[in-house]
Ligand binder design. Structure first.
Ligand code: AGP
Length: 613
């Protein structure tokens, strides 16, 4: 989490820093700050609690010709979201200022020893430890080699971090280190750029360099960028072209990014279906697995967090059902402490929209160390997940800005469905004709998603009822239990309404006690072979006076008779019901959140990519 941006060059830097921070706000938005190098080589630092707009207002009157500076938008880890804890942090004589993304795990010990040496801390952050440690190491060296001081300090720091450093003694230069948290660099005629994410640079440059872990960068105002290893040997790097067309910087005609991204779902489905359909059979080029390796696969582990975990639960169902390979799914943060048994024929798949989720990356590294091959399903080209994996399937949903995942979830479901078809064809469980027929079903889905999205006004009454509630239960069976879980997650994360998901058949084993007149229950009930049992559950719930909102297949008169509210979806093949059932739940969550006066794109305490464990 946290967004970092920096520039040194021959143009004023302030506006670029603010623009970059606005674009990075999805990474954290509890406070923001910038540090600029002034003409007299002193550092100007301004920080504010709250969004980047608040910082921008504070800088409004300030005419700053400075051409070197760094900026930061924060997601609090150590210390409350406040002005004092906001970045940049600086040393006592304000000759050094730095911004940091990540966590310094040994900050407590380092802080104690620095305090014992007389260093005075003003914030509660782990970041302040870095700047005081740098002050100490740099001053002890006496040779003015700040890059070497940064290398020395990084050897003492434990945890994951990306740091960008500005010094009044090195005008026109920036220094950086990447260790676990992403950083990209760019050379340009105007100067040299750095950011935690390309989205901050896209309006300025056309090419970027992605730093690897344990690499150090030195940026100069002539636009040059040098990357070193920890022995201070200069490294060559591939310069990648930026795909500017796919990076949205505003929500256009839509009131929020969430609605924009939800409405892009039919196109996402169509594009993904077309890609594979045109190919005449299922093709997953990025997977890098031989037919022999697929046939010999004895087990697949899938690890992920949040919404990506829900897509992984569907992956288990699809792969076991269609390809006959056993699959174990784990929440990535739990996987760290799980006893994992792998053989030479075990595969691991990580599912991560951002490709930067720290828990998921840690799980992938753990299973890789045990000898399994790791494949990533991710939406972000060149992300850490993509770079560290043996193969990648890109979900191609286009950048997602809203913190609540919508179109990328749908794209993940399609990706794992393709993966299951691919394995099934290779294993001889499905013929090419059968695979093509499934691909055709995916293509047909696009129009049906569009139909649901075009009827959002039908949701007003049901959504208003939920907006008044204190808590809600979501239930579904089989393929639609992960969808109930996704619906509950979506509702909690953007409306702050407590919601819990249960397999429909399990609620009589405890959650039934919650039911009382007026208690809201969302029931996902497609017209498939789970319907009869779920309908009985609806009747049992209604018998206790609870209120049922059903997500049901168009024309299901019995559900209509038994539910208080119905969100209709068109009929689709049974395996694809998750792709259509999730849409009403996204609409419900957004409407409830808006009714409750929340910002749907930036829910409190959350960030789009969670880069700390
Ligand atoms: C989804 O709406 C959430 N914002 C969150 O649960 C997210 O899915 C989770 O943090 C995993 O992110 P990733 O897919 O980028 O790894």
């Amino acid at each position: 989490m946290c967004g970092i941006v920096g520039f040194t060059g021959t143009k004023p830097v302030k506006d670029f820093l603010l623009e970059g921070l606005h674009n990075l706000e999805y990474r954290g938005y509890d406070s923001a700050g910038i540090a600029l190098l002034l003409d007299d080589n002193s550092l100007f630092i301004k920080k504010r609690s709250g969004a980047v707009d608040v910082l921008e207002d504070a800088l409004h009157e300030t005419d700053m010709p400075a051409q070197t500076g760094i900026g930061h938008t924060r997601w609090a880890t150590h210390g409350a979201p406040s002005e004092i804890n906001a970045h940049p942090h600086f040393n006592a004589d304000k000759s050094l200022a730095l911004v940091h993304n990540g966590i310094i795990e040994n900050s407590y010990v380092l802080r104690e020893s620095l305090e014992a040496e007389g260093y005075h801390f003003v914030s509660e952050t782990d970041t302040e430890v870095i700047v005081h440690l740098l002050d100490k190491v740099y001053k002890e060296r006496e040779d003015g080699d700040l890059l070497q001081a940064l290398i020395d300090v990084s050897k003492v720091l434990e945890g994951s971090y990306a740091i960008v450093l500005l010094s009044s003694e090195h005008p026109g230069e920036l220094f950086a280190v990447r260790n676990g948290s992403p950083l990209v660099l760019a050379k340009h005629d105007d100067g040299a750029y750095i950011a935690s994410d390309v989205i901050a640079l896209v309006s300025r440059v056309k090419h970027v360099i992605t730093m690897d872990n344990n690499e150090f960068a030195h940026l100069k105002k002539d636009g040059s960028v040098h990357v070193y290893n920890d022995k201070k040997e200069e490294l060559e790097h591939i310069i990648q072209e930026l795909d500017v067309n796919h990076i949205p910087l505003d929500n256009g005609e839509y009131p929020d990014f969430m609605l924009k991204e939800m409405n892009e779902q039919p196109d996402v489905i169509e594009r993904l279906g077309q890609d594979r359909f045109d190919a005449g059979s299922i093709r997953l080029d990025g997977l890098n697995l031989s037919d022999e390796e697929i046939k010999n696969t004895d087990k697949i582990f899938i690890v992920a967090c949040g919404t990506s975990y829900h897509a992984s639960l569907l992956a288990k169902n699809y792969i076991e059902n269609l390809a006959g390979i056993p699959v174990e799914v784990a929440v990535a943060s739990e996987f760290a402490n799980q006893h994992v048994l792998v053989t030479d024929h075990t595969l691991c798949i990580i599912v991560t929209q951002s490709g930067e989720t720290a828990d998921t990356l840690a799980a992938a590294r753990k299973i890789k160390d045990l000898g399994a091959r790791v494949f990533a399903i991710t939406n972000v080209l060149g992300s850490t997940a993509a770079r560290e994996s043996d193969g990648v399937i890109y979900t191609k949903a286009g950048p997602e800005v809203s913190v609540a995942a919508t179109k990328t979830f749908v794209a993940q479901i399609v990706a794992v469905f393709f993966l299951a078809l691919f394995f099934a064809e290779k294993n001889g469980r499905l013929s090419s004709e059968e695979v093509l027929s499934h691909l055709k079903d995916i293509q047909d889905l696009s129009v049906k998603l569009g139909e649901v999205l075009s009827k959002q006004e039908d949701y007003e009454k049901g959504s208003r009822f939920f907006a008044q509630a204190h808590s809600a239960l979501f239930i579904g069976r089989s393929l639609n239990y992960p969808i109930a879980s996704e619906g509950a997650l979506k509702l909690k994360e953007i409306s702050y309404l407590h919601a819990e998901a249960y397999p429909a058949g399990e609620i009589k084993h405890g959650p039934f006690a919650l039911l009382e007149p007026g208690f809201p229950v969302v029931v996902v009930i497609p017209h498939d072979d789970t319907r009869a049992k779920t309908l009985s559950n609806i009747k049992e719930i209604r018998a206790r006076g609870a209120v049922v909102l059903a997500v049901a297949t168009q024309g299901d008169a019995e559900v209509e008779e038994n539910a208080d509210f119905v969100f209709w979806v068109p009929s689709v093949p049974p395996l694809l019901t998750p792709l259509i059932s999730v849409i009403p739940l996204q609409i419900l969550a957004r409407k409830v959140a808006l009714d409750r006066g929340q910002n749907v794109d930036r829910p409190r305490n959350l960030a789009k990519s969670v880069t700390v464990e």
